[in-house]
Design a binder for this molecule. Structure first.
Ligand code: ATP
Length: 279
């Protein structure tokens, strides 16, 4: 569904993307994980026609982005990172305008809006002005709107940023359901748990480059299964173990303040880049 070849994006003297290549298969749930400024939004902006790449090639659903931008646009839905809804219009009207822009018939717009408001559990808010909605409801509406014209590829750019943990988890449940319709999902996030919970495959992005990719299990496997974090004056020192018993023994036999936990994607990212995703 997505094939990127050596994508470069230069802003002034800074390289936001530095020769990024990757593929995403149809029906896959793919997550791009990286810290702020890594280049995630730049990829989404390029693929959604919001900025031009400096060099490289992008194929979406077999269409070359540079030569067939409209064909690509029809295939894609985008829930952007910034809340770009119209606050002065109702929930239903925001969906209506999006449907008009994508050339949907009146009957289709109405039926699909009802269906999606039910999907995001917002039927009762159809008539509410968007400016009266909570942050979590606005995010849900952004997703409903992005799905309205039945895209085959959905981009979710940091869809839960700024939400409290309980609301974030609820949104994850909803996002997970999107794949049931066979939609390919391209998610960007700097939340480790979000990538682990949602994605089939995760790619690490750092300083505009792809560092590595694989299933969450593959990415952490090289390190071991368990970690002991040792808290010291110089910061946290981590040690990896294959077996929990081994890690427990290490913790029990050594007199230091520490904690035992499972290896996660943050550990894998740190091991490969020397940086934390959440720094
Ligand atoms: P975030 O989650 O903070 O948006 P990101 O991984 O999506 O992070 P990008 O927004 O793609 O990162 O930014 C990548 C780099 O490009 C950063 O160094 C950023 O400052 C720079 N950048 C992004 N947009 C512009 C712009 N319009 N002009 C100049 N530099 C930009």
């Amino acid at each position: 569904m997505i094939q990127l070849e050596k994508l470069v994006k230069v802003y002034g003297s800074a390289k936001a993307l530095d020769g990024l290549s990757l593929s995403v298969a149809a029906g896959e749930f793919f997550a791009f994980l990286g810290p702020n400024g890594a280049g995630k939004t730049t990829v989404i902006r390029i693929l959604n026609g919001m900025t031009a790449m400096t060099s490289g090639r992008a194929l979406i659903g077999g269409h070359d982005l540079a030569r067939e931008p409209l064909a690509v646009k029809r295939l894609c839905g985008l829930a952007a990172q910034n809340l770009n809804l119209d606050g002065e219009l109702s929930v239903r009207e925001n969906l209506e305008i999006h449907g008009l822009l994508f050339g949907m018939s009146r009957a289709d717009r109405q039926a699909r809006s009802r269906e999606l408001l039910e999907y995001v559990e917002m039927e009762e808010r159809a008539g509410s002005l968007v400016k009266t909605l909570s942050g979590g409801l606005k995010r849900r509406l952004m997703i409903a709107r992005a799905l309205l014209h039945r895209p085959r590829l959905l981009f979710l750019d940091e869809p839960t940023v700024g939400l409290d943990p309980a609301i974030r988890r609820r949104l994850w449940g909803l996002i997970k359901k999107i794949r049931q319709d066979g939609v390919t999902v391209f998610l960007t996030t700097h939340y480790i748990e979000e990538a682990e919970f949602l994605a089939d495959r995760v790619a690490f992005i750092h300083q505009g480059r792809l560092v590595s990719q694989g299933t969450p299990a593959e990415l952490v496997a090289a390190l071991g299964a368990w970690v002991v974090d040792r808290f010291g004056d110089a910061g946290i020192e981590t040690r990896y173990f294959e077996a929990r018993e081994e890690a427990r023994r290490y913790l029990a036999e050594n007199e230091f303040e520490g904690a035992l936990r499972r290896v996660n994607l943050e550990d894998a990212f740190l091991a490969q880049t020397g940086k934390r995703v959440t720094e």
